[in-house]
Ligand binder design. Structure first.
Ligand SMILES: Cc1cc2nc3c(=O)[nH]c(=O)nc-3n(C[C@H](O)[C@H](O)[C@H](O)COP(=O)(O)O)c2cc1C
Length: 177
């Protein structure tokens, strides 16, 4: 099992998440190659079982370099991908002190939805999605982020196993059942 992890970290937070992901996957025997998107050509990605894309947020969207990169990605339809962004932690409302709900946030925070739209428009299939918060605009990462990254790693592994044994990927097993 090989994973290509493509990130667009500017201040190092996303790069730290990528390094933790690689280490945690290595403990499960999965090989992860981490690259900043400036170092690879989007149309010439190495062969892998899964592609993880990680972007910081910028004004409600993925950072421009990642948007352009994703638009140029050329992978066969059906290729599996996952998204792990770093995003600003939502701020409590100035007057009420209430943290906005996911639904409220989704109106102006479209980092992951923009990435999903581009990738799914190319026929790629999502096997995982999450975000890790930064507490200031340039970091640091939220407390407990490593645990969140571990949960993401576990989710990905479970989903990959499931799709490996899905009937369309294992026709003989399916017909024998
Ligand atoms: C000018 C600017 C605008 C930003 N806008 C957003 C935003 O709209 N949504 C968001 O979640 N994070 C936003 N952020 C915070 C980024 O998510 C944060 O810088 C990033 O996650 C840090 O990751 P990095 O160290 O890997 O670059 C913004 C940061 C800057 C500097």
């Amino acid at each position: 099992m090989r994973i290509e992890y493509l990130h667009a970290s500017k201040y190092g937070n996303g790069a730290a998440v990528a390094a933790a992901f690689k280490k945690q996957m290595a403990a499960k025997g999965v090989d992860v190659d981490v690259h900043h998107i400036r170092d690879v050509r989007p149309a010439e990605l190495s062969l892998a079982d899964l592609y993880v894309f990680s972007s910081p947020g910028r004004f409600g969207r993925p950072i421009g370099g990642m948007r352009r990169f994703l638009k140029k990605v050329r992978l066969p339809a059906g290729t599996r991908y996952a998204i792990l962004t770093t995003e600003a932690a939502p701020k409590p409302h100035r007057k009420t002190g209430r943290i906005p709900t996911d639904e409220e946030l989704a109106k102006y925070q479209r980092v992951r939805s923009v990435m999903n739209e581009i990738l799914q428009g190319k026929g790629l299939v999502k096997v995982g999605e999450d975000k890790i918060h930064v507490t200031g605009l340039k970091g640091p990462l939220e407390d407990g982020w490593e645990t969140k990254a571990e949960a993401f790693v576990a989710e990905i592994c479970a989903n990959l196993e499931e799709s490996e044994t899905a009937p369309e990927r294992a026709p003989r097993e399916a017909s024998a059942a």
